[in-house]
Design a protein around this ligand. Sequence first.
Ligand SMILES: Cc1cc2nc3c(=O)[nH]c(=O)nc-3n(C[C@H](O)[C@H](O)[C@H](O)COP(=O)(O)O)c2cc1C
Ligand code: SF4
Length: 360
Amino acid sequence: MAHLFESFTMGNLELKNRFIRSATWDATADNTGKVTAKSLEIYRKLGGGNLGLIVTGFTFVSLSGQAGYNQYGIHSDEMIPGLRSMVKAAKINGSKIAVQIMHSGINSIYLAGKNMESLAMSRMKNVSRPHREMTEEDIENIIHDFATAAVRARAAGFDAVQLHGAHAYLISQAASPLFNQRTDCWGGSPENRRRLHLEIIRAIRQAVGRDYPLFIKFGVMDDKEGGLTLEEGLETARQMVAAGIDAIEVSAGVGQASIIIRAGEPEVIPFRERAARLKQEVSVPIILVNGIRNLETANEIVHSGDADMISLSRPLIREPGLLNRWQSGEQVSAKCISCSRCLRIREGEFLKCHQEPIFP
Ligand SMILES: Cc1cc2nc3c(=O)[nH]c(=O)nc-3n(C[C@H](O)[C@H](O)[C@H](O)COP(=O)(O)O)c2cc1C
Ligand code: SF4
């Protein structure tokens, strides 16, 4: 029977256990996207946290795709030395580290805050902040930016790249009929709405080869009427795997807020059923995220065959050492109460748990 604290292989990546720190924006980069001393402090703590794999906070592939304040960038070679230090900090205890790369598309609090234009799959009548529909050349440039970012990731020493294909950012917008109403080859039919996913994967594979581990956090369906359906998302997943994706982390597409669970209430694992469906469709490892707060639940999910790996974000904000506690046999629930207050990071602030001092 699978043991969560035994090694596991994801693509070509040998991990010391089946636990992942899901990508988490910490707002510690400097104003140009560079890693800072504060960032390294966080990654050193995570490195001591006994994780199989640490995924960085989302990292923009081009300036037009910056989503948040003090977000990490991987858009220029100047970012590489800082990212290399981050890799070193995270690997002190045998964890592997992946960088999550993304473009925000129309959905950028950073650009909106500066009243700067964002790039959209389609013009949105109900969105007042400045944006414009991308030309085909814009799209080709962004595909190229993703591929160049993957080359930089490898140069910085990351063990893998994770595409951010969820949470209503550009890749998720391309898949969703709610954001993508284009009539050229990038919109309309399901084939056209998954073209961006497949072209990014192909461009990355061409740039870094078949062996470099590449996976995706994927909003396999939208939770809004008229959005991406599960059946269509499953077909996109099948095609992404055929194009060279090594694992899939199942998360929200358009329209799903983080789940808030009050202290003492049972866990709610909103994407478990979707993960189980995906596992029947593709042969690569499936990673489940959102709401998992107990080792017992994590074990049950993997043993039931609904997912292969367990991913955590908020519990590790409150307790970076949670897995050490769980592995030593102390199996009480994570201390995070899923209030999601840590998500509300204002400009000039760092990520912190509002229930306890920063990174206890
Ligand atoms: C402060 C904060 C920052 C986040 N940043 C990212 C991010 O950069 N990329 C991403 O894919 N998800 C991000 N998420 C979502 C988490 O990775 C995760 O999917 C979500 O919190 C649900 O998992 P959990 O219940 O274990 O927290 C963030 C969540 C929080 C709370
Ligand atoms: S603020 Fe703290 S307790 Fe609330 S969700 Fe974030 S990490 Fe968990």
